[in-house]
Ligand binder design. Structure first.
Ligand SMILES: NC(=O)c1ccc[n+]([C@@H]2O[C@H](COP(=O)([O-])OP(=O)(O)OC[C@H]3O[C@@H](n4cnc5c(N)ncnc54)[C@H](O)[C@@H]3O)[C@@H](O)[C@H]2O)c1
Length: 280
């Protein structure tokens, strides 16, 4: 059986694939992987953000392929995988990172919101795995898949009803995949970052009552004040891959959420409700 271990301190000769690499966690993971010697295949809907990430990678002397992809569309992802295989061969590390937020309770979440969130946050991960895993298995030398879940994927967040639901689904998918990929030497890690200061606070639509500008400013201020950077997340994600961790809580609140969800679920629910109230 091939080993799922990828030594992430030295990624030379490795191909790293990242979705949603035009911003935030995806961008920082791409830059860190390049600094450690990897070649990169990157996609995003946001072509300008993607081009900026690619410039940073070229400046580090690494090769990079970029493609505009809507992860919600299976055909886009298949075309991206074909281009990646042609340029670099088989992926060693696949990071299903692209995702979107929605600040809304269940009663304020409409059918179009559900379709949008599920198509990107869940089906985007499914499409990434479907497009890249078969060639990784066929090559027979192992590899690793990282899926971005959330603390809201282990503890329900009532302010993020649909988002939380999709991230629980990503967590579950990662658990099943980890067992199924084990005989192929392919590791799978579900990442639960915590409160990370990225563009997600600006990009997240808000539903329901109250002054939306005020609520957005409050949310952005909370994330800024927490001050946990995407760059720190990137370092910890690569460490988790190196250790072949099934679950990678990143910031302190993510460690606490994960532990409470497993050890003391009622306390976990209380903690989650407090976190949600802070964000409103
Ligand atoms: N920032 C946090 O606090 C936090 C916490 C938990 C989980 N996460 C998860 O981490 C991942 C990255 O988030 P981030 O904070 O870096 O956000 P971000 O908004 O900075 O980056 C997300 C990227 O995904 C891209 N994207 C969105 N929809 C897409 C689509 N349909 N197809 C292709 N690309 C698409 C965006 O254009 C953007 O470049 C997401 O899955 C998010 O849910 C973030």
């Amino acid at each position: 059986m091939p080993s799922p271990r990828i030594k992430t301190s030295d990624l030379s000769g490795r191909t790293v694939v990242i979705t949603g690499a035009g911003s935030g966690i995806g961008r920082e993971l791409a830059l860190l992987s390049a600094r450690r010697g990897a070649d990169l295949a990157l996609c995003d809907l946001n072509e300008q953000g993607l081009a900026e990430t690619a410039d940073g990678i070229r400046a580090l002397g690494r090769a990079v392929l970029t493609q505009r992809v809507d992860v919600a569309r299976a055909a886009d992802m298949e075309a991206f995988a074909a281009a990646t295989h042609e340029r670099f061969g088989v992926a060693d590390l696949l990071v299903n990172n692209a995702g979107v937020g929605l600040l809304a309770g269940f009663l304020d979440t409409g059918p179009k919101d559900w379709d949008w969130l599920v198509s990107i946050n869940l089906m985007g991960v499914v499409h990434g795995c479907s497009a890249f895993l078969p060639t990784m298995i066929e090559r027979g030398r192992g590899g690793h898949v990282v899926n971005l879940s959330s603390t809201a994927g282990v503890l329900a967040n009532p302010q993020l009803s649909a988002y939380s639901t999709t991230k629980f689904a990503v967590f579950g998918l990662s658990e099943t995949l980890r067992l199924e990929m084990r005989p192929h030497g392919i590791g799978v890690t579900a990442v639960c970052p915590g409160v990370i200061n990225t563009n997600i606070t600006r990009a997240t639509p808000i539903r329901g009552g109250g002054d939306h500008d005020r609520r957005r400013e409050h949310l952005a201020a909370l994330y800024r004040k927490r001050g946990y950077t995407a760059e720190r997340v990137a370092r910890n994600v690569l460490r988790a891959v190196d250790r072949n961790k099934p679950v990678a809580p990143i910031a302190a609140e993510a460690h606490l959420s994960y532990w409470l969800s497993r050890a003391v679920p009622p306390a976990g629910r209380w903690f989650s409700a407090r976190l949600a109230a802070m964000a409103d």
